[in-house]
Design a protein around this ligand. Structure first.
Ligand SMILES: [Zn+2]
Length: 288
């Protein structure tokens, strides 16, 4: 009886392992920092890797601390892809590398023309090097980030280099379509916008727009700074103020009320990078 039982178990196990599709669930993992980077990485990795972002939905990547469970997951990963200069990475990169010395780290900001902040957002960004960290909110940077991902994956898994290159080409098509749609809205749009946290510096540079941030050096604005902002907004005929759920919205509401601005919630940390970029461009269109 006992013997039959064991045979039955081993047959069951055998059946499970045979029918268990060799799918994405069995694929090795890659860890990335934020959701938009997971979007690009999954697009290129296809079914060859599972991609985990270390900063969960709704958390602020500028001050995030990983959980012990995440450190274990990271140690099991094939590689870590960082976006580049976000606070979490600056605070944790050395410790993570010390913790998992054999894990390859790749910097996705390589080749991006970085904006160096005159007044680093030390408070919210924990930013030591003074680099404007939100590089992914830009179509031109997205192209560079995507080819960096393709390069990294081809190095980690050279056998599938052609596979990654083909998927990179498709992703570049998506990025091109996203840009065309954005440009259709931006041909007749406000050149200047207000935002609580300056997450759209690279987007603004791409299209020669002006971003005015309510946050002052990463801190809540003083009453005199608020007065100054309202004056500038009137002069530049600002109509839109962007807010983000991870940051304060009260000051934006005060200004919006005072000047009759439209409050537009955005989520630059969304997985749906292309939808978010189009939403931002569309919000600035004068007919919106
Ligand atoms: Zn930020």
């Amino acid at each position: 009886m006992k013997k039959y039982f064991f045979t039955l178990i081993s047959i069951l196990l055998l059946t499970v392992s045979c029918t268990g599709k060799q799918g994405k669930e069995d694929a090795p993992t890659l860890t990335v920092t934020i959701e938009p980077l997971r979007y690009f990485t999954e697009a290129i990795a296809g079914d060859k890797f599972q991609v985990i972002s270390i900063v969960p939905k709704g958390a602020n990547p500028e001050i995030y601390d990983p959980t012990p469970q995440q450190l274990v997951e990271l140690a099991r990963s094939k590689a870590y892809l960082r976006i580049g200069h976000i606070g979490f990475e600056q605070a944790w990169a050395e410790r993570l590398q010390a913790n998992t010395p054999k894990l390859p780290f790749y910097d996705m900001s390589q080749g991006v023309d970085l904006i160096h902040e005159i007044h680093p957002h030390a408070h919210t960004h924990g930013n030591i090097d003074g680099v404007e960290p939100h590089i992914w909110n830009s179509v031109s940077n997205a192209r560079i980030i995507s080819s960096n991902i393709c390069k990294a994956l081809s190095e980690i898994d050279p056998d599938n280099q052609t596979y990654y290159q083909t998927r990179l080409d498709s992703l570049q098509q998506v990025i091109n379509r996203t840009e065309r749609e954005m440009q259709s809205y931006l041909t007749n749009a406000d050149y200047c916008f207000l935002i609580y946290h300056p997450a759209l510096s690279y987007f603004a540079r791409d299209y020669s727009l002006q971003q005015i941030s309510i946050e002052e050096g990463g801190k809540e604005p003083s009453p005199s700074h608020l007065q100054e902002l309202m004056k500038t907004c009137k002069q530049k005929q600002v109509r839109v103020v962007f807010v983000q759920q991870e940051f304060d919205q009260r000051n934006a509401e005060v200004i919006a009320q005072e000047l009759g601005l439209k409050i537009v919630p955005i989520n630059p940390l969304s997985y749906d990078w292309n939808k978010e970029m189009i939403h931002i461009a569309k919000s600035l269109n004068k007919k919106q």
